[in-house]
Design a protein around this ligand. Structure first.
Ligand code: GAR
Length: 192
């Protein structure tokens, strides 16, 4: 039986695409059974629809950065019904809390564009640049109730090069993210 993944994202979905690619070339023994977004215009939804993966929109309207509790409860029920084994946050820009964490304990992963515990929060590549870091990277971690604080599963290092802009640094980090996330998911599957 293949492990059933749900992917949540708010943006372009290049990490979701890397999960699709890893499934297709046998690096990841899983199926993505649904892709959900809080942003109805997010390209991640188009990537999923193109592949024939069911998509859903999370109703967070009127809540600036929050993921309303009732919406999380409804999502937890839906994903349980769909027999989802693992939830992968891939550029999802809202904080996951109870009740989702209670229903999926140690079954929610996130990819963050820095070497946690350094530079949690938004635009971590910009934070690294502004801090004058000479290296940064990306982290896959289990999600807990904090912001980017859960147990670290895997990390990859990325150099900060002279003349880097936020865009060039983020692009270099993303190359590593696309390798790291599928590998970390596969590793998490073996520990379920
Ligand atoms: C990725 O770099 C991911 O690490 C970051 O958003 C980007 C999404 O790109 N996530 C966070 O900053 C979460 N705190 P994608 O939509 O192309 O996968």
């Amino acid at each position: 039986m293949k492990t059933r993944l749900a992917v949540l994202g708010s943006g372009s979905g290049s990490n979701c695409q890397s999960i699709f690619n890893a499934i297709d070339d046998g690096r990841l023994n899983a199926d993505v059974v649904i892709v959900l977004s809080d942003n109805p215009d997010a390209f991640i939804l188009k990537r999923a629809a193109q592949r024939g993966v069911p998509v859903g929109i999370l109703n967070c309207r009127g809540f600036k950065n929050k993921f309303p509790e009732e919406e999380q409860a409804a999502l937890a029920r839906q994903l349980r019904k769909m027999q989802v084994d693992l939830i992968c946050l891939a550029g999802f820009m809202r904080l996951v809390k109870q009740p989702l964490l209670d229903v999926f304990p140690r079954r929610i992963l996130n990819i963050h564009p820095a070497l946690l515990p350094n530079f949690p929060g938004v635009e971590a590549w910009k934070q690294a640049l502004e801090a004058g870091a000479t290296q940064t990277g990306c982290t896959v971690h289990y999600v807990d109730a904090g912001m980017d604080t859960g147990e670290i599963l895997m990390q990859a290092y990325v150099p900060v090069l002279p003349g880097d802009t936020p865009e060039s640094l983020h692009a270099r980090i993303q190359v590593q993210e696309h390798i790291l996330y599928p590998a970390a998911i596969q590793s998490a599957l073996s520990r379920l």
